[in-house]
Design a protein around this ligand. Structure first.
Ligand SMILES: NC(=O)c1ccc[n+]([C@@H]2O[C@H](COP(=O)([O-])OP(=O)(O)OC[C@H]3O[C@@H](n4cnc5c(N)ncnc54)[C@H](OP(=O)(O)O)[C@@H]3O)[C@@H](O)[C@H]2O)c1
Length: 394
């Protein structure tokens, strides 16, 4: 009998998840097979399970993995049996995260840095990549990064500061980067990456209990979207008083009424770039409510003349061939190891079985119980990992 393993699948929209026994592939060419020890459930899992957004059922969920290498294809150069790795994997059934074994190309994985746990590493994947992709592709920020191959240090070139045109207008007024949803996973990584590259011109919109953290991460000023008065007017007044303009907006929420339309009221400067994380949520999923989504951001608001809204789709990040080879393998582990980004707080989801943990995480996402953190849960039990490694070593 060919080997098989359990995977979590969505079968029908808004129905309980199921567990399915699926064939276990062997890694070929540049592929690595790992036993998945931790995964992180994300809003995309919720969109997919509740509305079957871009889903062909039965579909395995999950795109963040951390686990141990069990075997490698003949062309793999970076990893070997027993290495602890993590990454963002999403393209097909054998890669997906919510299953006991994942088989994916080695360039989708990085090594878990010494001194860091798999739980810490697994919360980076999707959203660290999203931030890098959105900033480089939608905003045109360069984010240069030395690989350290010539003996020099890894990281940005020494003394790097962002080009003047990205931080001030021709008239010398301040250009602001607005991160709407600063306490979301994407927002928190975004603010930290901007700080590393020397962007001191960051405004964050987030719940007030996260303002201290976001300032520590590099936001110059924070506004509470639930606070008194219209947050849009408060942001505009601040920017106007300062004599500056909002030149870049990172909408990390993509909620039609909760972020996108407010953001459209702020975006007025000629050439202002607005990167919205898709999908735009038109109507939230709730028990008995069918969610609605929109993928075209230009249709979602009355955008001012001359502003440039775009929808972010991180699933195309590997179009950038340099990043495809370095972002997950080198930059992401380095950022975690060096503290350039602090991993999102891990909210550990408990449950007797992997199905229970997956379902609980999904319910928490649906019920909007995630604030300033990431839902993390165990896939393989420790015993299964030990047995898998023993089986191979014998
Ligand atoms: N297209 C892509 O490539 C891509 C990639 C990654 C993510 N996404 C999408 O981006 C969205 C965010 O993902 P995520 O994982 O970063 O989310 P997340 O961490 O789960 O977001 C939760 C946070 O959202 C904040 N929030 C909720 N409504 C808000 C509002 N109206 N204004 C400001 N903040 C609000 C909450 O803030 P408080 O607790 O402070 O209230 C909470 O901390 C999801 O819809 C996801 O599917 C898309």
């Amino acid at each position: 009998m060919s080997p098989s393993h359990p995977a979590i699948v969505t079968v029908r929209p808004s129905s309980p998840l199921q567990i399915l026994q699926i064939p276990t592939p062997n890694p070929t060419t540049n592929e690595v097979k790992l036993i998945v020890q931790y995964t992180a459930s994300t809003p995309l899992d919720h969109h997919q399970a509740s509305a079957h957004l871009l889903v062909t059922p039965p579909q395995i969920l999950g795109d963040g993995v951390a686990g141990t290498v069990l075997s490698t294809g003949p062309d793999v150069t970076r990893y070997k049996l027993g290495d602890q790795v993590f990454g963002f994997v999403w393209r097909n059934a054998k890669e997906k995260a919510h299953q006991l074994y994942c088989v994916c190309p080695e360039n989708l994985l990085g090594r878990v840095p010494e001194g860091k746990s798999m739980q810490e590493a697994v919360v980076l994947g999707n959203n660290f990549v999203t931030v890098w992709h959105a900033f480089t592709r939608e905003f045109g920020f360069e984010l240069p990064w030395n690989r350290g191959l010539d003996g020099g240090a890894k990281g940005k070139p020494e003394g790097y500061v962002p080009p003047k045109r990205e931080v001030e207008t021709e008239g010398g007024r301040k250009k602001w980067i607005l991160v709407w949803g600063g306490s979301s996973s994407c927002g928190m990584y975004g603010i930290q990456v901007l700080r590393y590259y020397g962007y001191g011109n960051v405004i964050a919109v987030a719940g007030s209990r996260h303002h201290g953290t976001l300032k520590r991460y590099g936001a110059e000023v924070c506004f509470d979207y639930r606070g008194e008065g219209d947050v849009v007017e408060r942001v505009k007044e601040f920017v106007w008083k300062d004599g500056g303009e909002v030149a870049y907006i990172f909408d990390c929420i993509g909620s039609l009424e909760g972020s996108l339309r407010p953001v459209a009221r702020i975006a007025s400067a000629e050439g202002c770039k607005i990167a919205v994380l898709l999908p735009v949520v038109v109507k939230d999923a709730a028990p008995g409510v069918k969610p609605e989504y929109e993928m075209d951001v230009t249709k979602c608001a009355d955008w001012a003349e001359g502003v440039m809204p775009s929808g972010v789709r991180t699933h195309f990040w590997m179009d950038n061939k340099v990043l495809a080879e370095t972002l997950q393998t080198e930059i992401m582990p380095w950022a975690l190891e060096t503290g350039v980004v602090e991993p999102n707080a891990q909210i550990i989801v408990e449950g007797e079985t992997m199905l229970e943990r997956a379902q609980s995480a999904l319910n928490m996402l649906r019920d909007k119980k995630v604030s300033g953190g990431r839902l993390v849960w165990r896939v393989a039990e420790q015993k299964q990992v030990a047995e898998a490694l023993d089986g191979i070593r014998q």
